[in-house]
Design a protein around this ligand. Structure first.
Ligand SMILES: [Zn+2]
Length: 463
């Protein structure tokens, strides 16, 4: 009796479902026919994407590292249609932006940002910031970063997926900011740099990315991918801003790193690792990591491995200088100050050695440790530590694009790529400090800042 009732119920549901399916298919057919008809409709009133022509004094060709004279860049919609020089023909109704003698460069790329936190959000104060608040802090910082000439960033580490929300808001046009890759919560061992070690045991609190053991790290990679991570970040050693761990010691075993990185690669995600300890750097490279972030205690064997595996070093040099100058006024917890005193001199020395040895470098700044919008200081800091200015420019353009897997769309001013273009007045190779004062910013074919051809628009970029 009950069975019959149940079966008839199922039958009723099935026939209802079939009727629904039929209705749905005819609706889909109608939509399909409408879609076929649509192009014909628009053919009568063709929508022409606006063309913009940019003229300037010089253009930095990020691929070759050379400068060309009198560039003429034609932009249609959000893409670069052509790059020429001198008196090349331009579309008849194009809007012309004449940047005079300025130097145009590809929009800069920072592969190590923390947009959703501000300098000073360290220690116990950080516990009072909710994920929604962090996302809104991110909206403020995304704008500052874009106006500083950084048209693309990789955000490495945010609790509550605040960076994923920010990325989606930028892509939807709700807030302005750079195009983003976001990692969501960074993976790390219990009690490590990527865990949160501030609360007493009775609070039973762990950071979202804490995972121990081969199975757990594989699961955690799948989980952060599920919730929107474009890239996986993990901590292979202790760090400066974390309580109770040691930057000189490795976190995660080689087997855990191998599992984590292999699983990320299976899912089409690159992996960035925070690594200070020399052993952590080497084990991560051997396990196939795509970039070593910071790399403070990099030794000769580590340099050799970076070269053999074609792994990028992301030196995050600017905060080393910034922190030394500003930390005394920032009321940092004592454990931060103690670790920084050891880290900073070692980092400067070892980064200089890495630059001399010719490892591949991608620009990353750890923005959030210092105020957002000062990202251009990284060019200066890397040059200060011995990197040639052209190499520093390539680190922040073509190399960073390659590390993000986006060489086909950003990193150079070339036909078919996104129209992400910045300009400075003067020669940035003779004076890298100019890169901290970008005067023209275009992203996706839209001008966000122009203090050169029309200074009145300088502060009119949308909120
Ligand atoms: Zn960082």
């Amino acid at each position: 009796m009950m069975d019959g009732y149940r079966h008839s119920g199922i039958r009723t549901m099935r026939s209802f479902a079939h009727a629904e399916m039929r209705r749905l298919s005819s609706a889909l057919l109608m939509i399909g026919l409408f879609a076929l008809w649509l192009p014909g409709l628009f053919a009568q009133t063709p929508a022409v994407a606006e063309s913009i022509v940019i003229r300037a004094g010089k253009l930095f060709d990020a691929e070759s590292g050379q400068f060309t004279d009198r560039p003429v860049i034609v932009i249609t919609g959000n893409r670069i249609a052509s790059v020429g020089s001198g008196n090349v023909p331009v579309p008849p109704h194009a809007r012309v932006i004449d940047l005079g003698d300025a130097t145009v460069l590809p929009g800069f790329i920072d592969v190590h940002t923390h947009l959703t936190s501000d300098a000073g959000n360290a220690g116990y104060e950080s516990l009072g910031i909710s994920s929604p608040r962090a996302a809104l802090i991110g909206a403020k910082n995304a704008r500052l970063t874009l106006l500083a000439g950084f048209t693309s960033v990789r955000n490495v580490g945010a609790e509550g997926y605040a960076d994923v929300a920010l990325r989606d808001a930028i892509n939807a046009g709700d807030v302005i900011g750079p195009r983003m890759q976001a990692s969501g919560p960074p993976l790390g061992i219990t009690g490590g740099h990527c865990d949160s070690n501030l609360l007493a045991p009775e609070f039973h609190y762990s950071a979202e990315g804490a995972a121990d053991g081969v199975d757990a790290v594989m699961h955690k990679v799948r989980e952060v991918v599920k919730y929107g991570a474009d890239v996986i970040k993990f901590c292979a050693s202790g760090g400066v801003f974390s309580k109770g761990d040691n930057p000189l010691l490795e976190q995660y075993s080689p087997a855990e790193m191998q599992a984590l990185i292999t699983e990320a690669h299976h899912l089409g995600r690159k992996v960035a690792t925070h690594a200070h300890s020399a052993l952590a750097i080497k084990d991560a490279i051997r396990a196939g990591v795509d970039s070593i972030e910071h790399g403070i205690f990099l030794d000769d064997e580590g340099i050799q491995l970076l070269k053999e595996h074609n792994t990028f070093l992301v030196p995050t040099s600017y905060p080393l200088f910034w922190f030394q100058e500003h930390a005394p006024q920032m009321h940092m917890p004592p454990w931060v100050m103690e670790k920084a005193a050891i880290i900073i001199p070692a980092a400067k020395q070892n980064m200089a050695q890495a630059f001399r040895s010719g490892v591949r470098v991608a620009l990353g700044t750890d923005a959030g440790v210092y105020p957002h919008g000062e990202n251009g200081g990284e060019f200066w800091a890397m040059v200060e530590l011995g990197l040639a200015p052209v190499k520093a420019l390539q680190a922040g353009t073509v190399n960073a694009a390659e590390l993000m897997g986006w060489s086909d769309r950003i990193g150079s001013i070339a036909q078919g790529k996104f129209a992400d273009i910045v300009a400075v007045k003067g020669n940035p190779v003779a004076n890298v400090r100019l890169l901290q004062h970008v005067e023209f910013v275009m992203k996706d074919g839209m001008v966000y800042k122009d203090e050169i051809s029309s200074p009145s628009t300088a502060s009119t970029a949308k909120p």
